[in-house]
Write a new protein. Structure first.
Length: 193
C-alpha cells in the first residue's frame, strides 16, 4: 500500500463570516501549534497557514520563532518538532505550487464544510483515496467556513462530521482537524475488535 501524501491547509481567505460575506480571518494562536501537532502526529507532509494579511503572517512567524528558537524550544521541545512542518503562505496558490513542485503533480483538493449541501464524498471513500497514494491537499476553513467559490473548486468535499443524534454542529477547526485526520490517516482500530 502506498504511503499517504496528505497536506493540510488552514485557510484564512477566502472564508465567510456569519453573514455569509467573504472575509480574511485572523489567526488564532491555538490553531498554529495545535493543528501542527495534529498534522505531525498523523503524518501530514506539511501544514500550511494561508493568510493574505502581512501583519498576520508576521505574527505567526514571531510565534513560530519563539517555539523553535526562543525559550519555547527549551520549555517544550515537542512543540518545536511539530512546528517544523508548518509553512505560512499568502495565498492558496503558493501552497499548491510548492506541493506540485515537490510531488510532481498538482494535489487533489479535498474541501471541508459543516453543511451537508456541499458534501460529495464519505470519510470511508476519502480514506481509500488517501491510501491509494493520491496527492491530497485537505482544506480547513476558519471563521464560518470556506467561501462557496473555493468549495466549488474542490473535486471532493468531505461529508460533515456528525455528532450523536442532535443537530448541533459547530466544532472548532482544531477539533475538526483531529477528527478528520484520524478518520483519514489513523490506525484501523475497528479491525482489531
Amino acid at each position: 500500500m502506498p504511503e499517504p501524501r496528505v497536506y493540510v491547509a488552514l485557510v484564512h481567505y477566502p472564508v465567510i463570516n456569519k453573514e455569509g460575506k467573504i472575509i480574511a480571518s485572523s489567526v488564532t494562536n491555538l490553531d498554529i501549534h495545535d493543528i501542527s501537532r495534529i498534522c505531525r502526529t498523523y503524518g501530514a507532509k506539511a501544514y500550511y497557514i494561508v493568510q493574505p494579511l502581512r501583519e498576520q503572517r508576521e505574527l505567526v512567524k514571531e510565534l513560530i520563532e519563539y517555539w523553535q528558537n526562543g525559550y519555547g524550544r527549551v520549555y517544550n521541545p515537542d512543540r518545536e518538532d511539530a512546528l517544523k512542518i508548518l509553512k505560512v503562505v499568502p495565498a492558496l496558490k503558493v501552497a499548491l505550487d510548492e506541493i506540485a513542485r515537490k510531488e510532481g503533480r498538482v494535489p487533489l483538493l479535498l474541501g471541508t464544510d459543516a453543511r451537508e449541501k456541499y458534501a460529495n464524498i464519505s470519510f470511508a471513500r476519502a480514506r481509500e483515496l488517501v491510501w491509494s497514494g493520491e496527492v491530497i491537499l485537505l482544506l480547513l476553513g476558519t471563521a464560518w467556513g470556506l467561501a462557496p467559490k473555493l468549495i466549488e473548486a474542490c473535486p471532493y468535499v468531505l461529508e460533515p462530521i456528525r455528532g450523536r443524534g442532535n443537530n448541533y454542529n459547530h466544532l472548532s477547526v482544531r477539533a475538526a482537524a483531529a477528527i478528520i485526520l484520524d478518520r483519514l490517516l489513523g490506525e484501523s482500530w475497528w479491525k482489531r475488535i
